[in-house]
Write a protein that binds this ligand. Structure first.
Ligand code: ADP
Ligand code: MG
Length: 685
């Protein structure tokens, strides 16, 4: 490509390497690298007009320049502009400073004014020597997102060059661009060099019309690439199942100890609809913790199995996989279905037997961790794969799964159902998962009582332990979740172990168990089994219980150092209680001082139990960049559009993307290439 910004055979400089790291390779990448903010160097403010806290540019003659040693070594200079005197202080300085700031020199200075004891001053302002006719900047000065290895001045030059050379011709057909929107070229030129009279607030909050155009462009590229993936899928073939009267699904429904909720019935229908088409299903089933997704997965599996195809159910942890396994055995074995269980810790003869059962097709359902997609696992004919807590699997794992699956289904693509308990707000679903169909369980099974959430400082720990002793004596089961200490699994462990000992001592006569990630899986399973059976009263645990664990009799949860958990993680954890009919309580213990985000998270937890509301607030607190670890790991996130604010624009872009793919396929391709370059593949994972 002629657009590459540096010749390949020359040794690359540090800034060049830094630019590549930022994916600034092509001229168009540079042109689309937009300022974070701007500095106004287009005007000079008289010193007399400076107020404490103003960031401004002044110009004048140096009247004083001296190195002082008290209270510490510093360069102190004074500048007079005819209206007043500005003091400048430099704690770090070089001989060149003293030269430029010599008495009698004219300088232009930019910085933040402070009303100091000796009048107005600036500490470490930017400055440069000027003549009395040196022109002012004609436009606001852009400040670009960058890294330490890439100086702002270097980047500014590179961007200016890229902007000049890049092909900025309109690609989007005019009728698809919303009325009144700026042209791309104008918008880009403007954003890189806004005229001095532009309102900075409109630039910085991205509400300016030029930004609207850029956001539209960006959203359109994302919608296009995802719709494209979706349409490619339309050309793939999957086994076509039928839902038969008197079939397995009907039998399972009749055997269940409960009736499905309205929402479950609806999503089961949606899934069954997909399974009866010969196009592979690509559906996300989202539902709050405890909304009953597992049974929906089982009902989906019965459809495929009834037609003689196999199903795989993959969960992110062994505990969760085992729990699914037990539940599914209870539901499906009475109907004559054989279920295999595959996890990393299953070795030797047991594993070989499982593998044989999978290969011969004797096991109609395979449940496990990512061990399900290991090389030696060969399915006879896999028709449906279900991924639980899909956001916990990485992009690479999901790609591996897809490859595996295609081999396994006689050249047909198997249907794919992904499940998630982290509900995605609508706009986010539309932007990040436009290539997925989404089913939502928006109702909890009846008979659940709301969870009361209390937030206490850890000064109240003793009192909480006392309460627990009482609750446990009354036959209630308790989770005690220990802090997550980043970077240190062993500290996690130490904490959990100490708490365990403390609770054992405080609760004589009660069974207090311990569960952590380092335990051998057999031991983990044994502890879980004791707790599930109700023989253990208190379970001290690290976050291994986070996902999916289901013990309806557990009605009290204590989360220690709650401030160290993310909001959706707290919500998931809390979802472990409130599953039975007993009123449940969740106690969040925190250690002061709390950061602002820590405070907002705990407040959100205390104020709402609605997973969608939690997700919305999480998005608000963290911003979309960090929201949901899933596909984001490789995907270019939206840089300019804001999913909380630009919902309307998302809709417009989506509609435009449909039309563009239908009628302007070539332009669609060019638009995606312009915006996403080589990155567009990530979006399909
Ligand atoms: P999640 O959506 O968090 O994965 P689960 O599938 O683990 O939820 O279901 C939570 C609990 O609710 C399980 O014990 C499950 O058997 C039970 N359950 C599911 N659906 C219903 C229902 N319609 N009525 C009563 N209980 C249900
Ligand atoms: Mg679950």
């Amino acid at each position: 490509m002629p657009e590459v910004s540096s010749p390949p055979n020359k040794e690359k400089s540090a800034p060049q390497k830094a630019m590549e790291k930022l994916d600034l390779r092509r001229d168009i990448d540079l042109a689309l690298h937009l300022p974070l903010r701007y500095e106004d160097e287009t005007r000079i403010t008289p010193v007399r007009a400076l107020r404490d806290g103003d960031t401004a540019q002044v110009e004048g003659i140096v009247t004083h320049c001296e190195v002082q040693f008290r209270p510490r070594r510093q360069l102190v200079t004074k500048l007079d502009d005819g209206s007043g005197t500005l003091v400048m202080r430099f704690l770090n300085f070089y001989p060149s400073h003293q030269k430029t700031l010599g008495v009698g020199k004219r300088v232009r200075v930019r910085g933040e004014a402070r009303g100091g004891f000796f009048g107005i001053e600036m500490v470490h302002p930017n400055f440069r020597g000027v003549d009395d006719d040196t022109p002012l900047a004609a436009a606001l000065t852009p400040v670009y997102p960058t890294t330490a290895a890439l100086p702002q001045a270097y980047l500014r030059k590179a961007v200016a060059g890229g902007l000049k050379r890049a092909d900025l011709a309109e690609i989007i057909p005019a009728p698809l661009v919303p009325k009144g929107m700026w042209g791309l070229r104008d918008a880009l030129r403007f954003l890189h060099e806004p005229s001095p009279d532009t309102r900075l607030d409109e630039l910085e909050d991205h509400s300016h019309p030029a930004w609207q155009r850029l956001k539209f462009e960006e959203l359109l590229a994302q919608q296009l690439s995802q719709l494209q993936a979706k349409r490619e899928r339309e050309h793939q073939r999957a086994p076509k199942f039928s839902v038969r009267k008197g079939g397995l699904q009907e039998k399972l429904l009749a055997a269940l100890p409960f009736a499905l909720t309205e929402a479950q019935r609806r999503v089961v229908e949606e899934i069954a609809g997909d399974l009866q088409r010969e196009v592979p299903m690509h559906r996300l089933l989202q539902g709050d913790v405890g909304s009953g997704k597992t049974v929906v997965a089982a009902l989906a599996a019965t459809v495929a199995m009834n037609d003689g195809w196999q199903c795989a159910l993959m969960a992110p942890t062994e505990i969760l996989a085992e729990q699914h396994f037990r539940k599914l055995v209870g539901w499906l074995e009475p109907l004559g279905i054989r279920i295999a269980w595959l996890t990393g810790s299953r070795k030797g003869k047991a594993r070989r037997e499982m593998l044989e059962a999978v290969a011969s097709g004797e096991a109609a359902l395979v449940v496990g961790t990512h061990a399900v997609i290991q090389d030696d696992v060969v399915f006879k004919r896999l028709g449906l794969a279900v991924i639980d807590e899909q956001h916990r699997f990485g992009v690479a794992q999901r790609l591996a799964l897809r490859e595996k699956l295609v081999d396994a289904a006689e050249g047909l693509e198997p249907h794919l159902l992904m499940m998630s308990a982290t509900p995605i707000p609508r706009t986010l679903a539309m932007t990040l998962f436009a290539d997925l169909d989404v089913s939502t369980i928006d109702e909890l099974p009846p008979g659940r009582t709301p969870i009361v959430t209390k937030v206490f400082s850890d000064a109240k720990r003793e009192g909480v332990i006392h309460t627990i002793a009482g609750e446990a004596a009354n036959g209630r089961q308790v989770y005690w979740v220990c802090p997550l200490i980043e970077e240190s699994e062993s500290l996690d462990l130490q904490n959990a172990t100490e708490t365990h000992q403390q609770l054992v001592a405080a609760l004589p006569g009660q069974v207090v168990g311990l569960l952590h990630g380092r335990m051998p899986s057999a031991e983990k399973a044994a502890v879980m089994a004791e707790f599930t059976a109700g023989r253990m009263h208190v379970l001290v645990s690290t976050t291994v219980i986070e996902v999916g664990v289901d013990v309806p009799n557990a009605s009290l949860m204590v989360i220690e150092h709650a401030e160290r958990f993310g909001l959706s993680q707290l919500h998931q954890l809390r979802g472990r209680v409130g599953r039975g009919s007993v009123a449940s309580v969740c106690v969040l213990l925190y250690t002061a001082p709390l950061s602002d985000t820590g405070k907002s998270r705990l407040r959100a937890m205390a104020e709402t139990q609605d997973g969608f509301e939690i997700a919305r607030r999480d998005l608000e607190i963290r911003g979309p960049g960090e929201f949901m670890g899933a596909r984001q790991s490789g995907a270019p996130l939206l840089r300019f559009a804001d999913m909380a604010l630009d919902e309307e624009l998302v809709q417009v872009a989506r509609a435009a993307a449909e039309v563009m793919l239908d009628r302007h396929a070539e332009a669609a391709e060019r638009h995606v290439a312009r915006w996403l370059g080589a990155k567009s593949d990530y979006l399909k994972a």
